[in-house]
Design a protein around this ligand. Structure first.
Ligand SMILES: [Zn+2]
Length: 247
């Protein structure tokens, strides 16, 4: 099912805007600060799901989506080479340290990924963190086969019926999903689980649900039993909605 926003954002095209006429801008017509996709930062994790996702990313030149993700002040750094390619790069520090940004695209969702390299001089510490956006829905025609709780990376994923891994759809108004505690993140996840089950795995779109909360689902999502890495097949999510546990 396609993502639907609340209608407070409108794509605007203004030929009268001079040299900027070619820019597709998004303007808010209400008090809401809503944008579209949720911004995510993935760091310090070696989870198998992060590794699987990183493995499919394709290196590309920086584009407008990468610029949007890092913001205008860091945007010029997207074009600075890694110290490994150019020891004279503006991102190089002390000969072999580095703070470069490298740009990738997820070939499945076409969403941008910016890999931020942090290497101290001498290489004692070398880390990467990845800035990206969550998708707003699964690709048209795809269906959830399992929900993945990835506690190592503090992320949630969807395994589709075709076997593809997606970050759990989330929009910019969300504060992130959660398990194992009571709060907005667990409420949002419980609502989404209910919607996934009701739609037979077809509706995994971001956005708030106005349906009443399924207390059985919420009780399990907020419990310690939910707070561990696991893949929960759709049939087990259905079981969860009926009985209050996926097991
Ligand atoms: Zn680098």
């Amino acid at each position: 099912m396609a993502y639907q926003h609340d209608g407070d954002l409108t794509f605007a095209y203004r030929p009268s805007s001079g040299p900027w006429h070619f820019v597709l801008s998004v303007e808010s017509h209400g008090p809401s600060a809503a944008a579209f996709n949720a911004s995510l930062i993935i760091e310090g994790s070696t989870s198998q799901y992060v590794a699987e996702w990183l493995d499919r990313l394709v290196r590309c030149d920086p584009d407008a989506l990468h610029v949007a993700r890092v913001g205008s002040s860091d945007a010029p750094k997207l074009w600075h080479p890694c110290v490994r390619d150019d020891p004279e790069s503006p991102s190089a520090i002390g000969g072999d340290g580095c703070v470069c940004r490298q740009t990738f695209r997820d070939p499945v969702t076409l969403l941008p990924v910016v890999a931020h390299h942090f290497r101290t001089v001498g290489g004692e510490i070398e880390e990467w963190r990845y800035l990206t956006y969550a998708p707003l829905a699964l690709p048209e025609g795809e269906r959830l086969s399992a929900l993945v709780v990835d506690r190592e990376a503090t992320l949630f994923w969807v395994r589709t019926a075709r076997g593809t891994l997606h970050l759990l759809p989330e929009d910019a108004r969300s504060g992130g999903y959660g398990v194992g505690h009571r709060g907005a993140g667990t409420t949002d996840l419980a609502h989404l689980v209910q919607r996934i089950v009701t739609s037979g795995g077809r509706d995994v779109s971001a956005g708030k649900t106005r349906d009443p909360l399924n207390e059985k689902v919420y009780s399990w999502v907020t419990s310690r039993a939910a707070d561990r890495t696991r893949e929960i097949p759709l049939s087990r999510l259905e079981h969860l909605c009926r009985t209050g546990t996926p097991d």
